[in-house]
Design a protein around this ligand. Structure first.
Ligand code: ADP
Length: 397
């Protein structure tokens, strides 16, 4: 069974074709600048040369046509015909309170997704656009929606409610939803496998540290708390997002700088985080380099970042009443030896002992703590696409 995984943004579309008999990646690629001048598809079939297809792509439907063409191409393709695609799994950012698991997409599901667009105006509309375009091109192929929010729907009410007037929850569904659920679930399951334990018996803190970043408390296989909230702005310091702060700052900032709501929103999402603090970049590679060269603000940005992650690990250990393992994943979590080391520094009292040699590693599934560390720290590269394909297979298969 071959599953096509789709992740549609407003002007881009990432895809992977996975053979679910052996979970082998058959092909992957990205279409960029959809609807903008200079659009292209970068396609790579496993074991073949990468190709660049530069064509005008007015919308997602046209882009998907080029993707299908690339996948079925006689030279650089991975399959003979699009009939080999048994199902399509779509990443959908916001499933609101309706979806606590993945679901086969029908007209009713699409209506709910449209309703959820209010909660994720930047993400859900392009996700829906991708679903509609795929349905037009592959009308007989089942489509599955896999939600970033679904894994966190097991959070108890005390984790997801804000201490605001209760009517705001009833009227507008203002509550914590959490994101990166597919990634948190994948690495939690993988960690249990690597530790040789049942996930039912584990208390895990999963740290997804990419451009966007979030932490989750996964107790007995269920997410019981997570750092992102109604939107992906809450929680950790991120590349360009501020994460947790005193909400009174917003009004004060608007007044002092004469900003509109849209402007302050934009500044909190796009100009804050380690970019705002360091003034250097939102990319940790640049910031680590600047800090090593003596840039004090770059070092400060890293220190604030590390401390926030550490704070959540401690809080979640307290919430779960213990801790078996901490998992690092995504761009920074998988690649930065220094970030893992600094975040875990001072957590020896919890039973965490980083092994510097084992921690000197990138992008590979491994334990980075000493053998006598009672709490293990693991590096697990995330694979959201494979998780989406697995969910799709389990519903359609
Ligand atoms: P997203 O999927 O959220 O866009 P990723 O998970 O790809 O993000 O993470 C991207 C971030 O990971 C980059 O912004 C960069 O800061 C960080 N990163 C990637 N490689 C390294 C590295 N070798 N050292 C430090 N940070 C890295």
């Amino acid at each position: 069974m071959k599953v096509l995984v789709m992740n549609c943004g407003s002007s881009s579309l990432k895809y992977q074709l996975i053979n679910m008999e052996n979970e082998e990646l058959l092909a992957k690629g990205i279409a960029e600048r959809i609807g903008i001048e200079g659009s292209f598809v970068k396609h790579e079939t496993t074991g073949k040369e990468k190709v660049l297809i530069e064509e005008s792509m007015a919308d997602h439907k046209v882009a998907i046509k080029f993707v299908i063409e690339a996948l079925t191409h006689s030279q650089h393709g991975a399959i003979k015909s699009m009939d080999e695609i048994a199902a399509v799994g779509h990443r959908v950012v916001h499933g609101g309170e309706k979806f606590s698991g993945s679901i086969i997409i029908d007209a009713e599901v699409k209506t709910v997704l449209e309703e959820c667009s209010e909660l994720a105006p930047l993400h859900n509309p392009p996700n829906l656009m991708g679903i509609n375009a795929c349905q037009e091109i592959l009308p007989n192929v089942p489509m599955v929606g896999v939600f970033d929010t679904a894994f966190h729907q097991t959070m108890p009410k005390e984790s997801y409610m804000y201490a605001l007037p209760y009517e705001l929850y009833e009227k507008h569904k203002i509550r914590r939803y959490g994101f990166h659920g597919t990634s948190h679930k994948y690495v939690a399951m993988k960690a249990a496998e690597l530790l040789g334990k049942s996930i039912e018996d584990l208390k895990l803190v999963t740290c997804h540290l990419g451009n966007g970043a979030s932490v989750a408390a996964v107790k007995n296989g269920k997410s019981i708390d997570t750092s992102m909230g109604l939107t992906p702005l809450e929680g950790l310091v991120m590349g360009t997002r501020c994460g947790d702060m005193d909400p009174a700052i917003i009004a004060f900032w608007m007044e002092k700088e004469g900003l509109s709501i849209a402007e302050v929103n934009n500044a909190m999402n796009k100009k804050s985080g380690v970019l705002g603090l360091s003034g250097v970049s939102s990319d940790f590679r640049d910031i680590e380099e600047a800090a090593s060269a003596g840039n004090e603000r770059a070092q400060l940005a890293l220190d604030v970042y590390y401390q926030r992650v550490k704070k959540y690990i401690g809080a979640y250990a307290a919430e779960m009443g213990g801790l078996d393992a901490v998992i690092f994943t995504a761009g920074l979590g998988e690649n930065s030896t220094v970030a893992r080391k600094e975040i875990c520094k001072g957590l020896e009292f919890l039973g965490i002992k980083i092994d510097d040699d084992k921690n000197d590693v990138r992008g590979k599934e491994t334990v980075v703590t000493t053998d006598d560390s009672s709490v293990k720290v693991l590096l697990i590269p995330t694979n959201e696409e494979l998780m989406i394909a697995r969910e799709t297979k389990s519903l359609v298969g």
